[in-house]
Design a protein around this ligand. Structure first.
Ligand SMILES: Cc1cc2nc3c(=O)[nH]c(=O)nc-3n(C[C@H](O)[C@H](O)[C@H](O)COP(=O)(O)O)c2cc1C
Length: 325
């Protein structure tokens, strides 16, 4: 059996293949963020091959202030739970485990989208967008922490197999992690351990709230691939701390560079980061980015670059992707 078809165990969750559908925003939710028929049809079509071991549902906002875009999925209300149950069930019935990604946009949004003042770790320009958020007070940090925990509990109640914390692509937790956006002088800034203090508190509080059996994944924008930005060395130290705090899977992507790195167009363009992290943690690591052929996934697994492989745009463009030779 090829490595990519071999099962993997995460806590009590047995995943039958190493192929992952990474989170990809569909912008198909209802205006209030609830699951629509279009979303259910989309995920049904993408997962009915039964070949995906794990499906990570697109980022959903944990708080109205953290909404990133119109028609984004919501996980900030109790009323979101019931419609989500149908979504988790349909993907499980197609043979995959399903995890939902939870997110707060921080400074990567606008007042037009949220209806609120835009917040971030520090009142410094967002490195990608240039806008200057209002620096979060300690009570804002506390509120965000509670919102992450409540959202994770809703994900569990909605029947998902796990939850993924989003700390990549320049959103709020990435803004805390990266020295480009975190200029705080209190305990939530400064050195790396200060910049991941909020992550560690969220992880521990989610673990306490969801219990020992429920997998927690964390998507990390490991490196910004930018001068003065977060580095792969930071990611290795951070991921060891995330593992110790209760994370079960590290999902590697980019930071303020987004989900691609300019000038890198090879399969697995974040494999320098995923390999460095995999060598230092004992939990599985997912690598996504630029993988378009099954053989490329196999080669990256064989080379020890990661334990699971995400295939995003290739499956987005071709729901029959697994039928290739
Ligand atoms: C349309 C689109 C929406 C995306 N939405 C998300 C998202 O909600 N959360 C996330 O972590 N990454 C998101 N991504 C990044 C993908 O998960 C993935 O990392 C990226 O597409 C690179 O992998 P690929 O080369 O296999 O497509 C999105 C990417 C695309 C193209």
């Amino acid at each position: 059996m090829k490595l990519q078809e071999q099962p993997i165990l995460i806590r009590n969750m047995s995943i039958h293949s190493r192929f992952v559908l990474p989170p990809m925003a569909t912008s198909k939710s209802e205006a209030d963020g609830q699951v629509s028929e279009a979303i259910k049809n989309y995920y049904d079509e993408k997962t009915k091959s039964g070949q995906l071991g794990l499906v990570i549902i697109e980022h959903s906002y944990i708080d109205p202030k953290g909404k990133a875009s119109p028609n984004q999925m919501s996980i900030c209300n109790e009323k979101d739970i019931e419609p989500l149950k149908a979504l988790s069930k349909l993907i499980q019935n197609n043979g995959s485990k399903v995890v939902m990604q939870i997110n707060h946009a921080g400074s990567a949004t606008t007042q037009e989208i949220t209806g609120y003042d835009v917040i971030g770790p520090s009142a410094t320009p967002n490195p990608r967008r240039g806008n200057v958020p209002t620096a979060m007070r300690l009570e804002d940090i506390q509120h965000v922490k509670e919102a992450f925990v409540k959202a994770a509990v809703r994900v569990k109640t909605a029947g998902f197999d796990g939850v993924e914390i989003h700390s990549a692509h320049g959103y709020l937790l990435n803004q805390f992690y990266s020295p480009l956006s975190n200029k705080r002088e209190d305990e939530y800034g400064g050195d790396l351990m200060g910049r991941i203090k909020l992550h560690l508190e969220i992880i521990k509080e989610i673990r306490a709230a969801v219990g020992d059996e429920f997998p927690i994944l964390l998507r990390l924008g490991a490196s910004d691939y930018l001068p003065e930005g977060a580095t792969i060395e930071d990611a290795v130290i951070a991921c060891k701390a995330f593992e110790a705090a209760g994370v079960d899977v590290i999902d590697i992507s980019g930071g303020f560079c987004g989900y691609m790195v300019p000038g890198r167009d090879f399969a697995g363009y974040f494999s320098d980061a995923s390999e460095a992290v995999k060598n230092r943690v004992s939990i599985p690591v997912i690598l996504t980015g630029g993988i378009v052929r099954k053989g490329e996934a196999e080669a990256l697994l064989e080379a020890g670059k990661a334990d699971m492989i995400g295939v995003g745009r290739a499956i987005l463009n071709n729901s029959n992707w697994f039928e290739q030779e």
